[in-house]
Every structure is written in C-alpha cells, then in structure tokens.
Design a protein around this ligand. Structure first.
Ligand SMILES: [Zn+2]
Ligand SMILES: [Zn+2]
Length: 367
C-alpha cells in the first residue's frame, strides 16, 4: 500500500474538522431526536430541471455527498456521479424509483474524487450490465497511488484515517455542554462509524468505458453529450451536456461552493470554463450546491481570474504566503464572500487561505 503522507492526513483531517461543525438545517428543524435513524434516508432532493431531467441535490452530511444528475430515457436511467458511499447511491436509487421503474443503465463519473464515485458499486450490484463511463484519465487516476483525494488507493487512506476522526468526535461529545450541538456531534459520530464500516466492505466498481474527447450518445430518444474540455478541477474532468434540455452537469469543475484546488490546474481551469461557456445551456447541476443558472459560470470563473492576478501581484511585491492569505482574503471578500458562503460547507473563509496557497504553488512557483 502506498504510504500515507502527512500532508494527505492533514488534508483529510481538515475536511473532517470542517464537517464536524456542519449543522444540517433539515435535521435540526424536523427530526431532532432521530439523527441516527434518518442518516441514510432522504439524502437528496430531486429537483426537476426539464422533462425527465433532475438534479439530485445532496443534503449536508458528516461525510459530504456530491450532487447527482438523473436523466430518464426510454431504455433506462442515466445517473451522473455516485457520492461518497454505496448506501448513498442506494438511497438515491430508492428516490429515483419514485419517478421511474426502469433500471439504471449508465453511470457517468465526472472525476475521480472519493465523494463522486464511491457509490458506483451499488449500481453494478443492481444491474451487472450497467456501463460506468468516465474519461480515460479519470479511470487511470482511480487506480493510481497518490493521485489525490480519490481512487481505490485512497479508500485505504480513508480507512486508516477514520479511527482518529472517530476518537476526536468522542472527545468532542464529552466536552460539549450544549444539548443541540451534542446531538449533532452524536449524529456525526454515528455517521462516521457507519462510513468506516462501509469503507471496509467496499467492492469498488471501476469504469467500464472511457472517452478521450467529446462524444455524443443517443440514449433512448435523448441526446447526451460527454465533453472533455481540458484540465480544471482535476486532469480528467468530464462534463455531461444535454443540448435539447440545455442542462450541464459539471462535477466540481463548477460548484456553488468555494473551489477545491488541491488536485486542480488553476490556469487551465479558467480556459476550460471558457470552453464550457460556449455551450448553449441555461441550467447547471454543480458538483455541490444548488442548481444554478448559466450566469453562475461567469461569477465562478472571475474568482479564479481575480485570485490568480492578486497572488501574482502580491508575489511580485514580495509578500509572504501568510501575508497574501490575509490580505487577498480581505481584498476579494466584497466581491466573493457572500456568493461563496451560501451553505454550511465550502465557505469563503474556510477555503480562501488554502486557495491562495494553491495558486501560489501551482501558478507562481511553477512559473
Ligand atoms: Zn466533490
Ligand atoms: Zn472533486
């Protein structure tokens, strides 16, 4: 097994620490005493975007689930992305059955990150003939050690990291005196323990079909285009585009949170978003957050442009990384903090420091 570097441990722990404090408004309002029982029910809200096209918008959980997209065809259901664990994709499948009794015939993975593909296996178990489609590069990343925060080797890293997360949650529960916060921590603990069990019994289902360039599929009366537009959030991002319905599912290359750049290519990302902008669509199913109008692309893209310019300038002015993180975080806040802080996770102040560091390392130091 590949060694687990300290940096990866810290990345993982950082994500976990942020998630511990994530309150789930849905649970707090309605089902205070029933966290454990409802942990795997109603994980998603199916939002109709067009005729037979839905965004599966993920509710906040201790271990983040990505959004899915659900596309009904005459031949069966096509699902984009499969979340962080098999029980989550199973839960979505139960919700899908309320709108279609047809089998899931195709699964599309937008990229290799853990929260977008670890539920593949439940679709493979339900339909052995299911096609799992992604880019050639993402398929490669899924089996490459140290590719980043996803893939088969990363499952072992998550298993190695979970006991420390669980111990921390137990310690936090002991210390917490506020009853609502304590209940939330207890729910997180329950979710963390079942996540560990799921990780240990995972039988990862890898892609069965890959694309290297843009492909148009005719699927039971519907056209589904797969677009390979360049590097962005990872080196293997795939965009799913429905030209008739004018909908695009973007994975994490375009989200309604602050971007996660650690496995990304910030300068390429701008160009890839420019290429995406050329497609004629009106709705975005982002990897995280709500369904957004096309105008969100310009906002998200301008964040990269402004951030890259600010880091380059600060670096030319000989600022230290710590100085840049503070100064640029404050400078860009008026334009981006509100729009990038709409949910409990992935907020502006959670990620601006890390984003500045990534731009500094990937754009300035490399240059
Ligand atoms: Zn994600
Ligand atoms: Zn991702």
């Amino acid at each position: 097994m590949a060694p687990w570097t300290r940096r990866q441990v810290l990345t993982q722990m950082g994500l976990a620490a942020a998630a511990v404090h994530t309150l789930d408004p849905h649970e707090l309002c309605c089902t205070m005493a029933a966290h454990a029982q409802t942990a795997d029910k109603d994980l998603f809200e199916l939002k109709k975007i067009g005729d037979g096209v839905y965004g599966a918008i993920a509710h906040p959980r201790y271990k983040t689930n990505c959004n899915g997209a659900v596309i009904l065809t005459d031949d069966g259901v096509v699902v984009v992305d499969t979340h962080s664990k098999p029980s989550a994709s199973k839960a979505l499948y139960t919700q899908i059955q309320e709108i279609s009794k047809k089998p899931v015939v195709k699964v599309i993975n937008t990229h290799f990150h853990w929260d977008h593909w670890q539920g593949n296996e439940s679709y493979a178990a339900m339909n052995p003939k299911v096609e799992i489609i992604t880019t050639e590069q993402t398929k490669k990343n899924l089996t490459t050690p140290d590719a980043g925060v996803g893939g088969v080797p990363f499952i072992e890293k998550q298993i190695a990291g979970m006991p420390a997360e669980i111990d921390k949650l137990k310690a936090d529960i002991q210390k917490e005196s506020d009853p609502a916060k304590k209940r939330n921590l207890e729910s997180s603990l329950q979710q963390a323990e079942s996540f560990l069990q799921e990780l240990k019994s995972m039988k990862p289902a890898l892609p069965t079909r890959t694309v290297t360039t843009t492909v148009s599929m005719k699927e039971g009366g519907r056209e589904i285009q797969l677009h390979v537009l360049g590097r962005a959030h990872t080196n293997g991002d795939l965009f799913v585009y429905l030209p008739k319905e004018k909908v695009v599912a973007t994975g994490d290359a375009l989200i309604d949170w602050m971007p996660f750049m650690n496995d990304g290519y910030p300068e390429d990302w701008v160009n890839t978003l420019t290429a995406l902008d050329k497609l004629d669509f009106t709705s975005i199913v982002p990897g995280h957050g709500e369904v957004r109008p096309k105008s969100h692309l310009a906002f998200f893209r301008s964040y990269f442009v402004d951030l890259i310019a600010a880091v380059k300038k600060a670096s030319a002015d000989k600022a230290t990384l710590a100085e840049m993180q503070t100064k640029i975080g404050d400078e860009l806040a008026s334009k981006y903090e509100a729009g990038m802080s709409k949910y409990p996770s992935g907020r502006y102040r959670d990620r601006i420091g890390q984003n500045v560091e990534m731009i500094y390392k990937k754009v300035v130091q490399k240059a």
